[in-house]
Design a protein around this ligand. Structure first.
Ligand code: PEP
Ligand code: MG
Length: 757
């Protein structure tokens, strides 16, 4: 059974487009299950019907022409209840709707299962028999399993058509929407530019060749280079490996022959595709068809093709490195956006970001928020290879990417962009004003830096200090651990720019989704593994060099605070403090006039919440890292788009933990701040202020927005709201209550909608 499933799924995977995928499904399923009919009905929401898209056994002329209105017939019933229906005699069922064009009167039994992707029913997969017999349990289970596996492939194929502006049944469709999660609020309209990591065949976008002759030449040269490499390896292996293994290299050379892979690629280029795209297309096709083979040995050959073609791609990219030409209104799109990709785009041109992987709490989304660039993360169903060059809309408020917009929708988004401009300009006026409520309660607004290099911008927005300087950033941008002196120079810049305001430097926090290229941490479960303080305590030499650099950088300024990430027990605090003291003493002995800085811990783990009081007693300040705290309290990976809808810092359990930490820290008379992303969400900031947080630390772009909301409300209103939401049991309800309170206070729509997922 498993083998049958595997081979059907692989065959469908290799299909070129939606129609061929569906044709493969119906022929292969009816064969595998030995049924007389297999059909696929897909929902076409543009016409609100289930359309018979493919069939084996029913009249071919009906395919594409027969529609059932939503809810109509047995198909409608399966879709409506999202459950299988298994009938011995379909005609006796009250929902049976006879479709004369199909010739289905010849068939009696019926089994229909829903095709469900991300909770929505895409369509129905049906098998039918002439005999009057119920399909048995095994058959039903087989069809359900198959449908679950095919749903993703069908969704992807549908999306591929949708991006071209056609609905599943071929109607013209508009406002094609792909859902992800909000990475940074705001709206952008611009031209998609797909960026991709080197030598990865699966991520090459389709682009037009600028000069076909040149592309062919480039390809042939790269092919020749790979051939030479293989010949050289072949020669080198003589006498070292058995002759039959050495023969493999000859096979590889044949694969690259002009009349094999090479020829196909050149044909594709002649059709107008650039060399990299043509190679990727041909390679992926072959890989898929090898992967489908029944013979295990031949299946393995898919790896050889991938390897060979990746080598050719390497030469193509080396011979002509493609420097992306960033359009005026660049919407940067990638399978997995990285901070380095963002850094390459000229600042003025970067209007929006789309990432297939990651979610709203990924570090790249945090960076985007800092830069104020509308971003959608985790748009998993979008066929990004086809987005290149298209005009798209990034709706960072609702986490959606839209293509083929109608003029009406486009104008609506243009109006939102104008509204945003007016809002941002309006906020300039409060830069110099204090951050205090209408009844004069003062809340300190600090900034998070590191991901965003522009310190002057933070100062210009009235930041009163740095609540989190992510020191890992210079580490991420370097090719080896930066030396003590290099670090001291970088830290000095931050400290000097902000002096005499306090700068909270966090010790190196790598692991999780922050991997240093020169210090890879490869783990099954990185967020529960070796990260943050766990790494640096295991490498005291790295920790000590960093502390020394911080202390030296602060000489004469004395505005440094040191903060420890991912603390889970008191021993980590004791060990870290000992190392800090040791570094301090050493520097004094070296004759440097260093001052011992305040040291604080981050509360990012549930364990630390429950030990907040004892931790507060041991240190000078507490800072809550709500990004990680939310992830660990809710057990939701902050990077995983599949569970992003479950990640909410408004969850009652998270809010209770935050409130508890404030109370515990204050019992020890220690200041408590929050430096997770929720501090920059105006609605959340109101709750945090009411809880008693002394400092809210956020990205620069949020600062004036939060300040404007704080200045609009009174502390009394904020505290009433907190009391009210603490009684609620659900994140959505809490979010709505907060929105309503802001609405009643007259807070601008755009400030209310800059939501935390
Ligand atoms: C946090 O976890 O809330 C935090 C501020 O740290 P980071 O986002 O860098 O993990
Ligand atoms: Mg963290």
């Amino acid at each position: 059974m498993l083998e049958k499933l595997r081979s059907i799924v692989q065959a469908v995977n290799s299909a070129q487009d939606l129609q061929s995928a569906l044709d493969i499904i119906v022929t292969q399923v009816s064969k595998a299950m030995d049924t007389q009919v297999c059909s696929v009905y897909l929902l076409d929401s543009d016409i609100n019907c289930h359309v018979l898209m493919a069939s084996e056994g029913l009249n071919k002329s009906a395919v594409g022409h027969v529609n059932l209105e939503v809810g109509e017939g047995l198909v409608g019933l399966v879709a409506k209840h999202a459950e299988p229906i298994n009938l011995m005699d379909a005609k006796e069922h009250p929902s049976y709707h006879y479709l004369p064009e199909t010739g289905e009167e010849a068939f009696t039994s019926f089994l229909g299962v829903p095709i469900i992707h991300h909770r929505s029913v895409l369509g129905v997969l049906v098998v039918q028999h002439q005999q009057k017999r119920r399909f048995d349990e095994g058959e039903e289970a087989f069809l359900i399993t198959l449908s679950a596996q095919l749903a993703g492939v069908i969704a992807h194929a549908e999306a591929t058509g949708a991006i071209e502006g056609t609905s599943p049944s071929g109607h013209k469709s508009t406002n094609t929407t792909f859902s992800g999660v909000s990475g940074a609020s705001g709206v952008a309209i611009g031209q998609a530019l797909v960026v991709f990591p080197p030598a990865d065949l699966s991520q090459i976008p389709r682009r037009k060749a600028k000069n076909i002759e040149k592309e062919i030449k480039l390809f042939n040269n790269s092919l020749a280079a790979v051939r030479d490499d293989i010949k050289a390896i072949h020669k080198k292996m003589a006498g070292r490996v058995p002759e039959e293994e050495r023969e493999l290299f000859t096979v590889y050379l044949h694969m690259l022959d002009d009349d094999a892979l090479g020829k196909e690629v050149v044909e594709q280029i002649k059709l107008g595709t650039w060399a990299q795209g043509a190679l990727a297309h041909v390679a992926n096709e072959h890989v898929r068809s090898f992967e489908m083979m029944d013979d295990a040995y031949l299946r393995e050959r898919a790896i050889d093709i991938k390897d060979l073609c990746s080598r050719v791609l390497f030469y193509l990219q080396e011979k002509e490195p493609v420097k992306p030409e960033y359009p005026e209104n660049t919407i940067l799109v990638s399978e997995e956006l990285t901070p380095a990709m963002l850094a390459d785009v000229p600042k003025k041109r970067l209007k929006g970001l789309i990432s297939v992987k990651g979610s709203g709490s990924s570090h790249v989304a945090i960076l985007a928020r800092g830069l104020g660039v509308p971003t959608v993360m985790g748009v998993s169903d979008v066929p990004i290879n086809q987005l290149d060059g298209r005009e798209v809309i990034v709706d960072g408020y609702n986490g959606q990417l839209i293509s083929n917009p109608t003029d009406q929708l486009r104008n609506r988004f243009l109006n939102t962009i104008k509204e945003e401009d007016v809002l941002v300009k309006g906020l300039e006026g409060i830069k110099e004003l204090p951050s205090e409520t209408a009844d004069n309660h003062r809340v300190h607004l600090w900034v998070n830096t590191g991901l965003e290099s522009d310190i002057s911008r933070s100062l210009d927005h009235g930041a009163e200090g740095i609540g989190l300087y992510r020191t890992e950033v210079p580490f991420l941008l370097s090719e080896r651990f930066p030396s003590e002196q290099e670090q001291a120079t970088i830290y000095r810049e931050q400290l000097e720019a902000f002096a005499p305001k306090l700068v909270t430097m966090r010790t190196l926090d790598v692991g999780g989704d922050k991997d240093l290229p020169y210090f890879p941490i490869d783990e099954e479960n990185p967020f529960l593994g070796w990260r943050g303080i766990r790494v640096t305590l295991d490498h005291p030499e790295i920790f000590t060099a960093q502390i020394r650099a911080m202390l030296r950088a602060s000489i004469g300024l004395n505005n440094l605070q040191i903060m420890l990430p991912m603390i889970c027990n008191i021993n980590e605090v004791i060990a870290s403090t000992q190392l800090i003291k040791k570094a301090y003493r050493e520097l004094l002995q070296e004759g440097l006039e260093v001052t011992y800085p305040p040291v604080g811990v981050m509360i990012e783990l549930p364990a630390a919440v429950y030990q907040a009081r004892v931790l507060a007693r041991m240190v000078d300040f507490i800072s809550v890292g709500s990004n990680d705290l939310t992830q660990y309290i809710l057990g939701v990976d902050r990077n995983n788009p599949r569970v992003a809808h479950l990640y909410s810092s408004f969850h009652p359990a998270v809010l209770r933990s935050l409130h508890y930490v404030v109370i515990q820290a204050h019992l020890e008379n220690k200041p408590v701040s929050i430096c997770g992303e929720m501090a920059g969400d105006p609605g959340a900031a109101v709750l945090l202020m009411a809880m008693g947080f002394d400092v809210l630390s956020m990205n620069t772009s949020s600062l004036l927005k939060v300040k404007s909301v704080i200045r609009t409300l009174t502390m009394e209103v904020a505290q009433d709201l907190l009391e009210q939401v603490m009684e609620l049991d659900d994140s959505q309800m809490i979010r709505s209550a907060v929105d309503m309170a802001l609405y009643n206070a007259g807070v601008d729509r755009l400030l209310r909608t800059s939501r935390l997922h």
